[in-house]
Design a protein around this ligand. Structure first.
Ligand code: SF4
Ligand code: SF4
Length: 343
């Protein structure tokens, strides 16, 4: 099974790790047994986040008594040095004394990047945690590749995490060569583009055929975890059939799939466009409990203010019909998800 060295961290792990978003959707007992099975199968890197509700906690319960070592990767959205307290909370939840990789979670704009790297910013909080031996390596995750390019150029981070799938292949040109040249590790998230791609085989073989990166598909059932693991351990290259399927799916999604890059911002009504366009994928990954999250409710309500001014349209490099997609997604939410009797 192919191993990858995660740049200057010198951590050597399987080319396929595991992502902790989906286990939020199942009961605790099932989640724990899936995580244990995943580690027993041979997965040696588990990724989670403070923001994934009970994911850190469940991983902590699952790995507590396991003898197999795993690399733990987690993250926090906190942008100030108070992230240091988040590290302590992650350690408590994961029930470990040290975390291998701690990331700044989804730094989308240059404004936020400036904030997290300023003297009172989160990077300094993580450096303090690193000095005190609470974390080994510092990473950054973003859906905005330009922010990751800046992070790679600055060299503050040991690992970067970017979206990468056959629907979002841009990181292979923009991020991976630069990371390799600077000896910075790469974790590639969302091999199924947040649940949009249902063809597991072509999607995984596509990311697994890219050198020097570690992909982290999530799974909430043993069946899915085993399927992913089988594809990884078979080590087969992309077939001609895979390539044809990928081309067909790329055509199908080209003008409908939001790459979450935020290039369309700022919206005149302060709508989080990528959030609304990714609404179905959010509910697919987090389950219907997502409608109870305060931030989800407020972002949906704000999206209802879209005035169809069209200012965002020329800024989207993929020519997505943004106002139409917002309407479509809100109608889907009202029809399929919102509880009966919602005002
Ligand atoms: S069309 Fe809607 S989403 Fe686009 S900028 Fe105007 S208000 Fe914002
Ligand atoms: S709508 Fe277009 S520009 Fe905006 S986040 Fe999605 S892909 Fe990027």
């Amino acid at each position: 099974m192919e191993k990858v060295r995660l740049g200057r961290t010198n951590l050597v792990v399987n080319k396929m790790g595991w992502g902790g978003i989906p286990i939020q959707r199942v009961g605790e007992r099932e989640a724990i047994s899936v995580i244990r099975a995943v580690v027993e199968m041979g997965v040696d890197l588990l990724d989670t986040a403070r923001g994934y509700t009970n994911s850190e906690h469940r991983i902590g319960l699952a790995i507590e008594k396991l003898s197999k070592p795993v690399v733990l990767s987690t993250k926090s959205h906190v942008k100030t040095e108070k992230i240091y307290e988040e590290v302590h909370e992650s350690l408590r939840q994961l029930k470990v004394k040290k975390i291998d990789i701690y990331h700044l979670h989804n730094i989308l704009s240059f404004e936020d990047y400036k904030k997290v790297t300023s003297p009172e910013g989160a990077l300094y909080g993580l450096r303090r945690a690193q000095r005190e031996g609470l974390i080994d390596h510092i990473g950054i995750t973003s859906h905005n590749l330009n922010v990751l390019v800046k992070a790679l150029e600055d060299g503050y981070f040991d690992v970067v995490m970017a979206c990468y799938s056959f629907l979002e292949p841009e990181a292979s040109e923009k991020i991976f060569p630069l990371a390799k040249a600077r000896d910075i590790g790469v974790l590639a998230m969302k091999p199924f583009s947040g649940g949009v791609i249902e063809e597991v085989g072509p999607a995984l073989r596509f990311v697994l055929s890219t050198p020097d990166i570690v992909t982290i598909p999530g799974s909430e059932t043993l069946e899915k975890a085993s399927e992913n693991w089988k594809i990884f351990s078979a080590g087969k290259p992309l077939s001609e059939e895979d390539r044809e399927r990928i081309e067909a799916l790329r055509k199908q999604f080209h003008h409908h799939f939001c790459r979450r890059c935020d290039y369309c911002q700022p919206c005149t009504e302060k709508i989080s466009i990528q959030f609304v366009l990714g609404l179905r994928s959010i509910f697919k990954r987090f389950g219907s409990q997502a409608q109870e999250f305060g931030w989800v409710k407020s972002l949906i309500e704000r999206a209802r203010n879209c005035s169809e001014c069209g200012e965002c349209l020329p800024r989207c490099p993929y020519q997505l019909p943004i106002p139409d997609l917002i309407k479509e997604n809100l109608a889907w939410f009202d029809r399929e998800v919102a509880r009966p009797g919602r005002e």
